[in-house]
Design a protein around this ligand. Structure first.
Ligand code: ZN
Length: 73
């Protein structure tokens, strides 16, 4: 991570760390609702109608949280 941060800074990019306990896999990226999610399930389904790959949903949440942190700096 230190090397990544260094390389990004060198190129004028941002390095933002999302909290270790941020529940990226439990939040629906569409509606924001949070639910307990069994990590053995590969597909995230939500009452709002969203159905998608668990990791893709989590990645979107991490991006959103990173941008939120960046804007608060
Ligand atoms: Zn939802």
């Amino acid at each position: 991570l230190n090397m990544l941060e260094y390389k990004l800074k060198e190129r004028g990019k941002y390095f933002v760390k999302v909290g270790k306990w941020y529940p990226s896999s439990q939040i629906c990226h569409c509606c924001g609702s949070v639910k307990k999610f069994d990590l053995k399930d590969r597909v995230y389904t939500c009452d709002c109608g969203y159905i998608g790959d668990r990791d893709h949903n989590a990645a979107i949440n991490i991006l959103t949280e990173g941008l939120r942190i960046l804007q608060s700096l």
